[in-house]
Structures are given as structure tokens and as C-alpha cells.
Design a binder for this molecule. Structure first.
Ligand SMILES: NC(=O)c1ccc[n+]([C@@H]2O[C@H](COP(=O)([O-])OP(=O)(O)OC[C@H]3O[C@@H](n4cnc5c(N)ncnc54)[C@H](O)[C@@H]3O)[C@@H](O)[C@H]2O)c1
Ligand SMILES: O=c1ccn([C@@H]2O[C@H](COP(=O)(O)OP(=O)(O)O[C@H]3O[C@H](CO)[C@@H](O)[C@H](O)[C@H]3O)[C@@H](O)[C@H]2O)c(=O)[nH]1
Length: 324
């Protein structure tokens, strides 16, 4: 298949592109590079510098390289920032996505894999299943829940086939690609930047949550396991026109536990300071990954140690990330 990958110059999209090419697919990466890097795009992929909010450019791209499916990673991704800049998030993640979806259908693409998130759920003290209540506690999660509903209506009214993958917290790297967000807001790379000598300490956002050690709990999923889920749903779209799956491991770690794993893997003491809560942070998000296992046979193959070890290898090899 030839696949249009919007946001394919970013962290997860570039690694999914790497796996798609390895599996023998053709890929057209479509990215405005607002947060991605040209150097992250695998050599075997076509690259188009474009915005998902520019429908004409999307249609033009599809005329030049007709595609059988699209994957949609292009979005702003920070829950904390979304609480400060709601319009920025609604515009890019919802309004521009509507333009993008309309252009895909006009350009003959009726299969979409969408990057949704665990942040669509109301935080809960037990593992979340796909039928757990939707109830985002931040604007970012609301934008993703809104797009999921739009996809549902486009299936009913236009026959769009789609998979919405609700990722839990992605981490880790391949041998050649890793996480490089600027500014970096994510826990694991921020901790590893301390071990690398690029930050004096890591701040723990909130130590008074009702959890086993007072810090937030997340389900960390290796980016390669996450990427494999994309290839599986892409194949399955022929038989299953609508799929909504959690992609996580089923195991939650507190911020302090992640910090300990990072100290063990790097052998660095990694100083930490306790700070206030970050607005919009859910107390706990842990997946039940049972549905995607049952339907498609997907299971995670990597542990939190593998995530941290691969991220650490990548950061040591690329201490300043991708070249601009
Ligand atoms: N990183 C995680 O842990 C995580 C968890 C859940 C969901 N997600 C979702 O996965 C997707 C990818 O996340 P990531 O961590 O790779 O983020 P990222 O910022 O590394 O990648 C996003 C890419 O989209 C591009 N982009 C953004 N707006 C665009 C626009 N209007 N037009 C064209 N390109 C645009 C950026 O340049 C970037 O290359 C996002 O949709 C995010 O919401 C990520
Ligand atoms: O310097 C830091 C950074 C983070 N945290 C905490 O670490 C946890 C994880 O935070 P982070 O790595 O920023 O990820 P999330 O805010 O959980 O969000 C990620 O995971 C979500 C799915 O769970 C996705 O939807 C988002 O796109 C993605 O950014 C949270 O409790 C944070 O408060 C700290 O204590 N200190």
C-alpha cells in the first residue's frame, strides 16, 4: 500500500514510517515541521512540507501520489500547554483535522488510522477499557475525543473506515530514531537529560496525589510496540471498518518509580525536587489492553526498562537530538 503519514516527521510518526517501509509499504510523509524534523523522516519515504489545515495541498499531494490509506499523527500534544492555550489546540487538533479529513475523502482516501490518547478518559483508579467513561480533564484530551466522534460520524455518513488508537505514554527509541520534542515536556527524556548533564535536576509535579507514593501513575508503552499496533490495524481495516483500541501495557508506574528505573539504567544519581501539581494532569491512566489482544493478537513485547534503556542509548548517541 501507499500510505500518507501526516505528522511523519515527529517522534511516533517517523518510527511508524520506519516500520511501514520495512514491511514493504510506500510512504508519503506530510508534515509542516512545526515540531518535527526533516532528518527524522526515513530516506525511503517521500516528504511533502505541508499543513493539514491546507486542504488544497493535501488533495494536490494525493493527486501526485495516490494513497490507499492515511495515518494522522499531526497535532499539538501537551496536556499542560493545552490548558493555557486552548484555542491553539482546538484549531490545530480539531479544525485543521476536519479540513484534513475532508481533503482525504476528496482525494480518494477512505481509510484512516488516528492517533488518539488515554487523555480522552476520565481518570480512574482501575485499568481503563475502551468502554470506560470518556471525560478528559484537559483541553488536549477533549480535542482527541472530539475527533474520535467526528470519525464516527464520517463512518456513518461517508463510509470512512478508521482506527482510533488510544495511546498511553509512549517512550523509547529504535536504533536510529528517538524522542526529540522541543521544548521537552515528557518525563522520561527530561529525567535522562539530567543524567546527560543537560539539566541540573528533574522536578516531580505533585507529591500529594492519592497514589501509593503520592505521584501520578502512567502506563508507559515502547514506541516500537505502539508502532506495531499501527501496522496491525492498517491490515485489519479491510475486515473491521471501525476500531477503537487502547495501546498500553496494563501496568502503571508512579513518577518516582520511573525515576528509580532511570537511575538504575544510567547509573547516575539523577537529583529530583518536589514541586506543585501541573494543571490538567490526570492522577492515573493505565490501560486494559485486552481488546486489541483479543481481536488482533497484539501484545507489548517491551518493559519499562527496555523503554528507558533504548531512550538512553538514543540520547547518548544524539545528545542534542536531530539536526535542525
Ligand atoms: N507522545 C505520546 O506519548 C503520545 C501519547 C498519546 C497520543 N499521542 C499522539 O500521537 C501523535 C504523535 O505524537 P508525537 O509524540 O510523535 O508528537 P510530535 O510533536 O513529535 O509529532 C507531531 C508531528 O506533527 C506535525 N504537525 C503538527 N501540526 C501539524 C499541522 N498542522 N500540519 C502538519 N504537520 C503538523 C509536527 O511537525 C510533528 O512532526 C499526536 O497526535 C499525539 O497527540 C502521543
Ligand atoms: O518533568 C516532569 C515531566 C512530567 N512529570 C509527570 O510525569 C507524568 C507523565 O508526564 P508526561 O511525560 O508529560 O506525559 P503526559 O502528560 O502523561 O502525556 C503524555 O501521555 C498522554 C497519554 O497518557 C498523551 O496523550 C500525551 O500526548 C503525552 O504527552 C505526569 O504525571 C507528569 O506530571 C513530572 O513529574 N516531571
Amino acid at each position: 500500500m501507499r500510505i500518507l503519514v501526516a505528522g511523519g516527521a515527529g517522534y511516533i510518526g517517523s518510527i511508524v514510517t520506519e516500520l511501514l517501509l520495512e514491511a514493504g509499504h510506500e510512504v508519503v510523509v506530510y508534515d509542516n515541521l512545526c515540531h518535527g524534523f526533516r532528518a527524522a523522516v526515513p530516506e525511503g519515504a517521500q516528504f511533502v512540507h505541508g499543513d493539514i489545515g491546507d486542504g488544497e495541498r493535501v488533495v494536490e499531494t494525493l493527486r501526485r501520489w495516490p494513497c490507499q490509506a492515511a495515518m494522522h499523527f499531526a497535532a499539538f500534544i501537551e496536556a499542560g500547554e493545552s490548558m493555557e492555550e486552548p484555542f491553539k489546540y482546538f484549531r490545530n487538533n480539531v479544525a485543521h483535522t476536519i479540513t484534513f479529513l475532508e481533503a482525504l475523502l476528496a482525494g480518494g482516501v477512505d481509510r484512516v488510522v488516528f492517533s488518539s490518547t488515554a487523555a480522552v478518559y476520565a481518570p480512574a483508579p482501575e485499568p481503563l477499557t475502551e468502554s470506560s467513561p470518556i471525560g478528559p480533564v484537559n483541553v488536549y484530551g477533549e480535542t482527541k475525543a472530539t475527533v474520535e466522534r467526528i470519525l464516527g460520524w464520517l463512518h456513518r455518513t461517508r463510509g470512512l473506515r478508521y482506527a482510533a488508537l488510544r495511546y498511553f505514554n509512549a517512550g523509547g527509541a529504535t536504533a536510529t530514531r528517538g524522542e526529540d520534542h522541543r521544548p521537552e515536556s515528557h518525563l522520561i527524556p527530561r529525567i535522562l537529560q539530567v543524567a546527560l548533564g543537560r539539566r541540573p535536576y528533574v522536578e516531580i509535579y505533585g507529591t500529594d496525589y492519592p497514589t501509593r507514593d503520592g505521584t501520578c501513575i502512567r502506563d508507559y508503552i515502547h514506541v516500537v510496540d505502539l508502532a506495531r499496533a499501527h501496522l496491525l490495524v492498517l491490515e485489519a481495516l479491510s475486515e473491521r471498518p471501525v476500531m477503537v483500541y487502547n495501546v498500553g501495557t496494563g501496568t502503571g508506574y508512579t513518577v518516582r518509580e520511573v525515576l528509580e528505573v532511570c537511575r538504575r539504567v544510567t547509573g547516575h544519581p539523577i537529583p529530583a525536587r518536589e514541586g506543585p501539581r501541573r494543571p490538567g494532569d490526570p492522577v492515573m491512566l493505565v490501560a486494559s489492553p485486552e481488546a486489541i489482544r483479543r481481536d488482533l493478537g497484539w501484545t507489548p513485547e517491551h518493559t519499562l526498562i527496555d523503554i528507558v534503556a533504548s531512550a538512553w542509548r538514543w540520547m547518548q548517541a544524539h545528545p542534542h537530538g536531530y539536526p535542525e
